[in-house]
Design a protein around this ligand. Structure first.
Ligand code: NAG
Ligand code: NAG
Ligand code: NAG
Ligand code: NAG
Length: 426
């Protein structure tokens, strides 16, 4: 039982005598000019404490607090040998070690930690395809390089203000032989969408030695052919005969689209009006984000306008889209908007109607039957119900005596029973 603690003690002893001192922190990143406290500890009292910082060995005496590197800790009697480094210098980047007297023997025990004196990296560089515009669906790749930082800088990507996480590759950190400065590079790849147009791709570099992040950015220009927002033919509702009518078509395109309306044999390319100025084609109206409204104004909607089909062709460098428009003087049907809700409602209404008809038919049937035996009317529910089906029958049989009627009733009741069930249940 006592073997384990004993072993542990032995191990600890060998560790300590094996020149290992408890040192903290094991690693630190500081800017030049910052301060740092490094503490070495041994589990026995010591009578001296030395610390090597930047190649110079300092003999630390608790009572002397005036130097650049001074003693820190609770006291030598507690086995504590710490250094308070007041102003870290750039050239002190590297190992800091402490040397303490051994518990026994004559070889000093030592501990070492790593101090990284942060050095600001160079400006981030964004490397990407030199082409100025892209097409929707293109695979876009960019590389961001932040050179010569200590430690390496941290890279994050943004699309406008939104952080980009998808398509971000693993960063790669390299350094020149013999240099402790590190260069980080990271790639990002993305299949471009219409929504990416006009957005700014930003590589942001952050580093301990920088007061704020540094950025490199490029604007994305994504082109795409005109795209309809809704499938199928378009019907413009709510037009009034004799009043002005506006035929709007919303679509998306980049670069800006050109429009062309066809009304029978008349072709109008906005801004244009037909000979009688009864139809005026307006210039495409940019709503932002590549969305456009293209409008044809009918100054007075006539009966024949409602009967014909209007065609709109929209083109840009990348392609074209055609629309067919019908006009209607009716308001937009509500059912079109209500989709599922309306369907469910209609189904329920139809069901209710069917049930109502069913009930009426039954009421008539029972009435007809009741005319035949009016005196038993009150018995019908009892007789038909499961509450007490038999005794009332017997009672009825016993008390009254409409032999003919009753025989009728029973035979009737027997045959009607299964049909009557839903009636009473509803
Ligand atoms: C610093 O210490 C580590 C071990 O802690 C050692 O591997 C490294 O060589 C040392 N570096 C210098 C510059 O002394
Ligand atoms: C990053 O992109 C550069 C050039 O765009 C390429 O040379 C490099 O291999 C890419 N690295 C990775 C890890 O994809
Ligand atoms: C059509 O667009 C015009 C502007 O071009 C707008 O004033 C009007 O409200 C729109 N009409 C319909 C029915 O969407
Ligand atoms: C654009 O057209 C749509 C109908 O296609 C309409 O609802 C909207 O009000 C129009 N917007 C403008 C600014 O004209």
């Amino acid at each position: 039982m006592a073997v384990l603690p004993a072993l542990f003690g032995l191990l600890l002893a060998t560790v300590v005598t094996g020149q290992n001192v408890d040192i903290s922190p094991k690693e630190a990143v500081r800017r030049a000019g910052d301060d740092l406290v490094v503490l070495c500890k041994v589990p026995y009292p010591i009578d001296s404490c030395r610390m090597t910082v930047g190649g110079k060995s300092y003999r630390l005496i608790p009572s002397n607090q005036d130097e650049e590197v001074v003693y820190s800790g609770q006291g030598l009697q507690y086995g504590e040998c710490g250094a308070h480094i007041k102003h870290i210098r750039e050239e002190w980047n590297g190992n800091i070690s402490c040397m303490l007297p051994p518990k026994s023997g004559s070889i000093e025990v030592t501990g070492a930690m790593r101090l990284l004196v942060a050095r600001a990296p160079g400006n981030p560089q964004l490397v990407s395809s030199p082409q100025s515009t892209f097409k929707e669906g293109d695979d876009f790749m960019a590389q961001c390089i932040v050179p010569d930082g200590r430690p390496a800088a941290k890279i994050t990507w943004y699309l406008d203000e939104v952080q980009l996480l998808a398509g971000v590759h693993q960063p790669i950190i390299t350094s020149e032989p013999g240099s402790d400065l590190q260069t980080i590079s990271q790639n990002v790849s993305r299949s471009l969408t219409a929504d990416d147009n006009g957005k700014k791709l930003v590589c942001r570099a952050e580093h301990e030695a920088l007061d704020g992040p540094k950025e490199a950015a490029r604007q994305l220009v994504v082109h795409y052919p005109p795209k309809r927002l809704e499938a199928g033919p378009i019907t413009i509702f709510g037009l009034k005969l004799g009043a002005e009518g506006r035929l709007n078509v919303s679509l998306r395109a980049n670069p800006p689209p050109a429009a062309e309306w066809t009304l029978g044999d008349v072709v109008l390319a906005p801004p244009a009006a037909d000979a009688s100025r009864s139809a005026v084609a307006l210039e495409p109206l940019h709503l932002g984000g590549g969305y456009y409204n293209i409008t044809l104004v009918l100054t007075r909607v006539a009966k024949e306008d409602v009967d014909r089909t209007y065609y709109l062709r929209v083109t840009n460098d990348l392609g074209q889209e055609e629309f067919a428009l019908r006009l209607s003087t009716m308001d937009e049907p509500a059912g079109v908007e209500l989709d599922t809700g309306a369907i469910v409602g209609i189904v329920i209404a139809v069901l209710l109607l069917l049930i109502a008809i069913f009930l009426v038919v039954f009421a008539k049937a029972t009435d007809r039957w009741c005319f035949a035996g009016r005196s038993h009317r009150t018995d019908i529910p009892d007789g038909a119900d499961s509450e007490a089906p038999l005794p009332p029958h017997d009672d009825v049989k016993g008390s009254e005596n409409p032999s003919h009627d009753h025989g009728d009733y029973i035979s009737n009741g027997d045959t009607k029973h299964p049909e009557k069930k839903p009636d009473t249940a509803v």
